[in-house]
Design a binder for this molecule. Structure first.
Ligand code: FE
Ligand code: FE
Ligand code: ZN
Length: 291
């Protein structure tokens, strides 16, 4: 099982992220190369990268399972604000270069928000942007994340994701990241996750799924809200999330927790423990606070 959580990428960069992941008992992780809310990025420090890769090798973390997440403010859908659209394209081009240096293979991107445009125009804009970004220069794949459909989010169902992927030229450079909270909030019944995977396979092809964000949801199915809950503490529930995590059709892809902090403490060490043991921890809050 390849299981980790999102971690920070602070002043010690990939080395800090790796140490944080190891402290949670994880064998992979997801990071933002800077703050998720902005696009300010510091240059990579080669020594820190080398040290991180050595530590990962020692501890059994395969860099091929490590995921990068693009910042939220990137919007490939809105070409009406042409400067911002072009900025998003250029930022992702740079980001692909940066993660390629680290040896990272996957970067998760939210497809974008259509805002005042027609949805179909927006989906076209996303595909057009991806065709400007992707080429064969780097061995990095963009993963479109399945979204909750909050506000004007694109990518809230398989039809929209398929529409985009069909228009992308470099098919081996585009994949999908499933997010269980977003799926639930978009209207997918996670209790029938296997049916969803079958549908995904029929429409897009299951081999396109390269990452799973494993989160519970604070809201009911089809709420279009996108508020993550701790594992077993939301409307999806522990058993359904266990079934996603252990689904044999997704056995070789990384699974990433993006559940909320409990006060100022990361819950991941305890969530990973209960997921590995397949036993729900009703004292998560106290365990996390007392650690
Ligand atoms: Fe995301
Ligand atoms: Fe996610
Ligand atoms: Zn989310």
């Amino acid at each position: 099982m390849i299981l980790g959580s999102h971690v920070s990428f602070g002043s010690s960069q990939l080395l800090g992220s790796t140490k944080q992941a190891l402290s949670y008992g994880a064998n992979t992780f997801m990071f933002y190369t800077g703050a998720p809310q902005n696009t300010i990025r510091k240059p990579l420090d080669d020594n820190l990268t080398k040290e991180a890769l050595a530590l990962m090798q020692e501890e059994g973390i395969d860099i091929k399972n490590v995921i990068c997440h693009a910042p939220y403010i990137i919007n490939l859908a809105n070409k009406e604000n042409y400067d911002a659209w072009q900025f998003s394209i250029n930022f992702l081009k740079q980001e692909i270069k940066r993660v390629a240096i680290l040896g990272v293979k996957y970067i998760v991107v939210h497809p974008g928000n259509y805002l005042k445009q027609d949805l179909m125009v927006a989906l076209d804009n996303i595909a057009m942007a991806l065709n400007e970004i992707l080429n064969n220069d780097y061995d990095v794949m963009i993963l479109l994340e399945t979204m909750a459909g909050k506000g004007t989010e694109c990518g809230k169902n398989l039809g929209e994701i398929k529409f985009i992927i069909d228009k992308v030229k470099y098919k081996d450079k585009i994949g999908v990241c499933l997010d269980t909270c977003h799926l639930n909030d978009s209207g997918v019944d996670i209790a029938k996750f296997d049916d969803y995977l079958t549908e995904f396979d029929n429409i897009i092809g299951i081999n396109k799924i390269k990452c799973l964000h494993l989160n519970d949801s604070k809201n009911i199915i089809a709420s279009h809200k996108d508020r993550h809950a701790n594992i077993g503490y939301g409307t999806i529930g522990f058993d359904n999330l266990i079934n996603c995590l252990y689904n044999p059709r997704l056995s070789n892809i990384p699974k990433i927790l993006e559940t909320p902090y409990i006060e100022e403490y990361a819950p991941y060490k305890y969530e990973i423990k209960m997921l590995k043991e397949k036993v729900f921890n009703p004292n998560l809050e106290n365990d996390v606070k007392n650690s």
